[in-house]
Unconditional design. Structure first.
Length: 213
């Protein structure tokens, strides 16, 4: 079964939310030089305060599918670079999960500007879930600008993380049943807009039904 990048990203976020039993760097077969280089990448990321779970997950996936050691190292280095870019785009104080979700989005060819748009409407709250849903919508062929518009609209109207996640999952299910991605998104958005309160001055909902919390 082929795992999409946004699904892999969600798995990384889940694993990052747990206390890892081990963060050992995988050994890349008999290639000691590549293994040492991978260890350096992980150590440098950790030293700079970046979450290393996405790097380790990428490396372990490469080992699982028997990718060449050189490709695993290159992929790990690319993940580390995207983690740096995501942290910068989501400044000033992104959580580890925010950074991991931002890296996943950037790896899905979502622009840095889109990450900044998400942060702009949610400056003081975690944005891992909205970023994950953004990546999910784009993976389902929703145009990036439209996906950003709707995700930021949900944040402005005070939608909970669960509501945002449900939107992405519902659109995904509708697309699998043959619906147009944009039609599925707009239909789900219209239903949410009917129950969400008007946005407040800081993007918080003026009124959100208790049943939707």
């Amino acid at each position: 079964m082929r795992v999409s990048r946004w699904q892999l990203g969600l798995l990384v976020l889940i694993s990052a939310a747990r206390t890892a039993a081990s963060q050992d760097v995988p050994i890349l077969g008999s290639d000691r030089e590549a293994s040492a280089e991978l260890a350096k990448i992980v150590a440098a990321a950790k030293e700079s305060g970046l979450p290393v779970d996405p790097i380790l997950a990428k490396a372990r996936y490469g080992v699982t599918v028997h990718a060449p050691a050189s490709r695993i190292v290159a992929a790990a280095r690319a993940v580390a670079k995207r983690l740096e870019d995501a942290r910068s785009a989501l400044a000033p104080q992104p959580t580890a999960n925010d950074i991991a979700a931002g890296e996943n989005a950037l790896g899905s060819e979502i622009s840095r500007n889109s990450l900044q748009e998400i942060r702009k409407v949610s400056p003081h709250k975690p944005v891992a879930v909205p970023l994950g849903v953004l990546a999910q919508l784009v993976a389902n062929k929703v145009p990036e600008k439209k996906a950003v518009k709707y995700v930021t609209e949900l944040i402005k109207h005070g939608a909970t993380d669960q509501q945002v996640a449900d939107l992405g999952n519902d659109v995904n299910a509708e697309v699998k049943l043959g619906s147009s991605p944009v039609d599925a998104l707009e239909m789900r958005m219209s239903r949410l807009n009917a129950v969400l309160g008007a946005p407040g001055a800081n993007g918080d909902a003026a009124s959100v039904p208790t049943s939707l919390q």
